[in-house]
Design a protein around this ligand. Structure first.
Ligand code: ADP
Ligand code: F6P
Length: 325
């Protein structure tokens, strides 16, 4: 017979992502419906250490499902890697009666959750990041909204790029992963997709392709560049200098991390938040919720962190076939 959970804490950690509010709402309402108290923890592990903790009722999560960002705020808390801070955090959870904790964030946040689980606080992670860079899951909260926002923005840049017969380098987020760039590159019909996982950093090849395309009468040249490759402004200057084609860099930046979540991010965020509570009720700890092969599942956190995920090779090759054909 598993120990009954009395109070569930919930926090968001790392970069925010549209759909996190849907997950928070689901945590709060699923738990309250089971007679479990809920405590919101503001600003991730930083707020936990500062005891920025408040009781959450159903009305605290009214009117948030359609809002981007996270009502709990988020933060990065580098000191949370220290065992003494983790001891402190576990003691704070106990002081506030928190015997179950839902951590919405990425791999780094799950490492913190695993540390608390080792200290007797039952924890479940929910994958929230626009980058899609959590290996155990095919879906992360926020990716769908982020790519749709970026795709719309890139379409706009493409219009003006065509009018001016320019080359445009558009940088999308993803410091450690090129998933956003790959999806946008395909969705926007870009001529080039530069992602750190595949790019050989040979600009001469790109320049040759630009010149070849211009000879065929092509009016614009769209390069989607991942943040992990970076250098967009300098790259634009170099390409313009060598090709003579006017080249502009646009860095979309944080605009793609905000905004109204898509239906998918609201629905999957809700399912994942509720599943995290169901897991805690069942007595589980040190788990992460995932979406794998069209099913909502869960894994042991260490097992999940040991998994690896690469860029989809077929999609990457397809992007080149479609743009260079
Ligand atoms: P994400 O959760 O999106 O991967 P970060 O890597 O920035 O984002 O991690 C978010 C927070 O999780 C960090 O600021 C820190 O508080 C905590 N964290 C990261 N790595 C660890 C770790 N190895 N041990 C404990 N906590 C960690
Ligand atoms: O949340 C992921 C992410 O948006 C990455 O794509 C990006 O590299 C990073 O966060 C940016 O972080 P910050 O908000 O600190 O600029």
């Amino acid at each position: 017979m598993s120990k009954k959970v009395n109070t569930i804490g919930v926090l968001t950690s790392g970069g925010d992502a549209p759909g996190m509010n849907a997950a928070i709402r689901a945590v709060v309402r699923t738990a309250l419906a089971e007679g479990i108290n809920v405590k919101g923890i503001r600003r991730g592990y930083l707020g936990l250490l500062e005891e920025d903790i408040f009781e959450m009722k159903s009305k605290n999560v009214s009117d948030i499902i359609q809002r981007g960002g996270t009502i709990l705020y988020t933060a990065r808390c580098p000191e949370f890697v220290l065992p003494e801070r983790q001891d402190e955090a576990a003691a704070i959870c106990r002081k506030h009666g928190i015997d179950g904790l839902v951590v919405i964030g990425g791999d780094g946040s799950f490492r913190g959750a695993a540390a608390l689980a080792k200290r007797g606080i039952n924890t479940v992670g929910v994958p929230g990041t626009i980058d899609l860079d959590i290996s155990c899951t095919d879906y992360t909260i926020g990716f769908d909204t982020a790519i749709n926002t970026a795709v719309e923005t890139i379409d706009r840049v493409r219009d003006t790029s065509t009018s001016h017969e320019r080359c445009s380098i558009i940088e999308v987020m993803g410091r450690h992963a090129g998933h956003i760039a790959l999806w946008c590159g395909i969705a926007n019909g870009a001529e080039e997709i530069l992602i750190a996982e595949r790019y050989d950093y040979d600009e001469v090849k790109i320049i040759k392709r630009i010149n070849k395309r211009r000879e065929t009468g092509k009016k614009h040249y769209i390069i989607i560049n991942a943040e992990g490759v970076g250098e967009s402004e300098n790259m634009a200057k170099r390409i313009e200098a060598v090709t003579g084609m006017e080249t502009r860099a646009t860095i979309i930046g944080h605009a793609q991390r905000g905004g109204t979540p898509t239906a998918r991010d609201r629905v999957y965020g809700s399912v994942m938040g509720a599943k995290a509570v169901d897991l805690l009720i069942s007595g589980a700890s040190n788990r992460v919720v995932a979406y794998k092969d069209s099913q909502f599942v869960d894994y042991d956190i260490e097992e999940a962190l040991a998994m690896t995920k690469d860029i989809d090779q077929y999609m990457y090759e397809l992007s080149m076939r479609l743009s260079r054909g």
